[in-house]
Design a protein around this ligand. Structure first.
Ligand SMILES: Cc1cc2nc3c(=O)[nH]c(=O)nc-3n(C[C@H](O)[C@H](O)[C@H](O)COP(=O)(O)O)c2cc1C
Length: 182
């Protein structure tokens, strides 16, 4: 069984999450051979080798990664025929304010509304991180405002819950295996 993890990431945080998910899938212990490719959406050409695709994007300024959206739009028909999982990575989920926290699910809802023919077998919303790479991509004052808004801290933040992320990857492989057998 060949699985693709296609991710959109600006600062590398979602890319790292995708890599860890792939390792977890390879060690998930399902009773079929699992092969996983992890590909930046910008480099993605062809879905034909894959039975299942996990789509993941970080959120910046309330939006999915533009290249991620372009990729989904461009391959919508192919994706409608595959087993698809979706995840987003954002800092809303690290907030103590429940209204901000809920935005993680809203980003996924919006993705589903925009592409109603792509019905995910699993969905995940994960708290992300802001790293020095991210910080270098934006103006320092904006960087500080973002951190303060989401997590009320002045320092860099890494809110990733690796156990949740790994569990999600295992669940995805288990669901795909089940669906392929049925
Ligand atoms: C300029 C900027 C804007 C952001 N906007 C949002 C946002 O609107 N909502 C949110 O939940 N997180 C937001 N974040 C947090 C990112 O989603 C988080 O840092 C994520 O882990 C980045 O992943 P990436 O490195 O893969 O791009 C923002 C981060 C930055 C630096």
């Amino acid at each position: 069984m060949k699985i693709l993890i296609a991710y959109g990431s600006r600062g590398g945080v979602t890319a790292e999450i995708a890599g860890v998910m792939a390792q977890e899938m390879l060690g998930a212990g399902v009773d079929v051979d699992v092969d996983v490719d992890v590909v930046d959406v910008k480099d993605l050409q062809d879905f034909s080798p894959y039975q299942a695709v996990l789509l993941g994007s970080s959120i910046w300024a309330g939006q999915l990664h533009p290249a991620f959206l372009r990729m989904v739009r461009g391959h919508e028909k192919a994706l409608e025929k595959l087993l698809v999982g979706m995840f987003v990575v954002c800092l809303s989920l690290a907030s103590e304010d429940p209204e901000i926290c809920d935005r993680g699910e809203h980003y996924l809802d919006r993705l589903e509304l925009d592409f109603p023919g792509i019905v995910p077998i699993v969905r995940g919303a994960f708290a992300g991180a802001v790293t020095m790479t991210t910080a270098n991509l934006v103006h320092p004052s904006l960087f500080e405002r973002i951190i303060l808004f989401f997590v009320r801290k002045k320092l860099d933040v890494d809110a990733r819950n690796w156990e949740d992320i790994r569990r999600f990857a295992r669940d995805f492989v288990a669901r795909v295996t089940q669906d392929i057998k049925n």
